[in-house]
Design a protein. Sequence first.
Length: 116
Amino acid sequence: VQLQASGGGLVQAGGSLRLSCAASGSDFSISTVGWYRQAPGKQRDLVAAIMRAGLTTYADSVKGLFTISRDNAKNTVYLQMNNLKPEDTGVYYCNVIVFTRPQYSWGQGTQVTVSS
């Protein structure tokens, strides 16, 4: 399984980005998929997840700001990030989640940098 995250970039505080996660070899439509963030010098943390039935969950720090969604036809999961803050800076990764744990090897991730 290969997971490809894309859509990151440099944005000013208050700006928006939409990240995409495409998978080959895994059917996202039957999986829980999560977006993780690894800030510089910190551990990788889950920021949002979407379950098979479409239910979503978010870290408290991004509630109301980030929206996770999926397009089953494209086997892609998205993360819409609005009103970005410098503390949102980090490398964003996606993964399939099984029993609360990431299932596959991490891809390269996509860098998000928010300037103040």
